[in-house]
Design a protein around this ligand. Structure first.
Ligand SMILES: C[S@@+](CC[C@H](N)C(=O)[O-])C[C@H]1O[C@@H](n2cnc3c(N)ncnc32)[C@H](O)[C@@H]1O
Length: 248
């Protein structure tokens, strides 16, 4: 698993391609329900933080903290595995696309539960479905090793949780790994790849090989032929899930 230092290395250009998608943000905010006080763990540059609640952010990376907008919520430099808050300090605790980076994921998830009074909301993915993605399956199988816990195991670490699918729109604004499922050319762009931790972790030669094979398949029309069914879809279920644990 990656150490928090990963984002001090790869986070410098994060906001170029990683901004919140309003449709995913709406789903996360709805899941927070009536929580007034919220802790956002692995908060990064502040994406998906609701502006209409009292929010505190937790983020270990100095590079990510430095990119938070001036009016963003206050941030505490800490790690999910050791949250510097008393039990039941917040109505809700949330984590967005962060838990797969934690060195001890079960411990971090238990920490979210400990500091929340009412609800924990985690936006993550179901490994089994995420592995089926065409980029992983056909061009970058090496990335499979990074996918970690099964979705049911994540729910168990939260003491049980409702699992809700979140479809990824074809024009998703947040440039995470699966976001460009209908825009394959994007994966050829080094600036896009720089905002995706998967590419920082696989052997560079595998990425180079992926880029040249994908480029050739796009030029010959082989990719379009194999993935014709995707081209008319507005959104797709690629395994992204909201886990919502109700505590009280
Ligand atoms: C993909 S970014 C997501 C950031 C933000 N939540 C978003 O949706 O844009 C993952 C974040 O998790 C943070 N992170 C890594 N290890 C962590 C840990 N042990 N505890 C808390 N956050 C961690 C990284 O520094 C990074 O900011």
């Amino acid at each position: 698993m990656a150490s928090p230092g990963l984002y001090d290395r790869i986070g410098t250009t994060y906001t170029r391609t990683r901004v919140e998608d309003p449709r995913i943000a709406a789903a996360i905010h709805a899941a927070l329900g009536d929580a007034r006080t919220v802790l956002n763990v692995g908060a990064g540059t502040g994406s998906y933080e609701p502006l209409d609640r009292e929010l505190v952010a937790v983020e270990p990376s100095t590079v990510m903290i430095a990119q938070r907008p001036p009016r963003a919520a206050p941030v505490v430099q800490a790690r999910a595995e050791a949250l510097p808050f008393a039990d039941s300090s917040f109505d809700a605790a949330m984590a967005v696309l962060s838990d797969h980076h934690w060195e001890d994921r079960p411990l971090g998830l238990r920490e979210l539960r400990r500091v929340a009074r009412r609800r924990v909301v985690v936006f993550t993915w179901d490994r089994a479905l995420a592995e089926e993605f065409w980029l992983t399956r056909e061009y970058l199988p090496a990335s499979k090793r990074q996918l970690g816990l099964a979705i049911e195991e994540i729910a168990d670490c939260l003491g049980g949780a409702r699992i809700e699918p979140v479809a990824i729109p074809h024009d998703c604004r947040d440039g995470f790994y699966h976001a460009y499922w209908r825009r394959p050319d994007a994966y050829l762009d080094e600036r896009v790849r720089a905002g995706i931790s998967v590419f920082a972790r696989v052997d560079e030669r595998k990425t180079t090989e992926m880029v040249s094979r994908l480029e050739a398949d796009l030029a010959s029309g082989a990719w379009q032929e194999r993935n014709a069914a995707l081209l008319d879809l507005e959104q797709i279920d690629l395994g992204y899930r909201l886990l919502i644990a109700e505590l009280a």
